[in-house]
Design a protein around this ligand. Sequence first.
Ligand code: NKO
Length: 222
Amino acid sequence: IIISVLLMILAYICGSFPSGVVIGKAMTGTDIRQFGSKNTGSTNAIRVLGKKVGFLVFFCDVFKGAIVIIILQILSKCDVFHSVLDYGFYGMMAVIGHSYSIFLGFKGGKAVATSLGVVLCICPLAGILCLITFLIVLKSTGYVSLASTFATLAVLLTYLVLFFVGYYGPSFIEYFINKPSLANLLTILVPGVIIIYKHIPNYKRLANGTENSFKKKKVDPI
Ligand code: NKO
């Protein structure tokens, strides 16, 4: 259990790495936190620093979440360490690190990309479904924040459905799906709540029509 706690702290520090700020400053000398939506996420990086930098930030943020789970999976495969806690807890810590980073005075991103990394590793089906949801909403509305919100709801719904199918459905189903545990379900709720909470300013902008849209090609500060 001591090792588990230590690894949770490591996961938090890993998630804390402020990709948007570090990559932005290194590649363009610009502090992303002063422009656009002022968010450190990849959407704002694309908006302020361009596609190349933005996509790099995106991959870094996804990787931060994914690597935590991948390392745990490797450690347990090699019989080095078997976690008594569900992997979801470590993923949750990485997401908390991303959004309340120790390197940014406990501020940080909106938790979307890092949660995606975690979800893709723990429950690939939910990861793929939320990506599809994200792309559909983004294509049809042009609002990344709205797409992120619907993608988050898609993950929560998929987890819920898989959970109940896993428990009450026919037993052969386990060969086809990676059913989330109750702990998975609870630990994904935290990133979900963080994402929605961090998007409140976006919802306000959506309500009064001032949200940045990738359709209108408008680069407006808040
Ligand atoms: O600058 O406030 P802004 O307009 O930048 O940014 C709003 C935006 C912030 O998010 C990002 C990251 C964008 C990454 C897109 C990834 C698409 C996949 C979405 C899956 C999310 C599922 C996680 C569910 C966990 C419960 O929104």
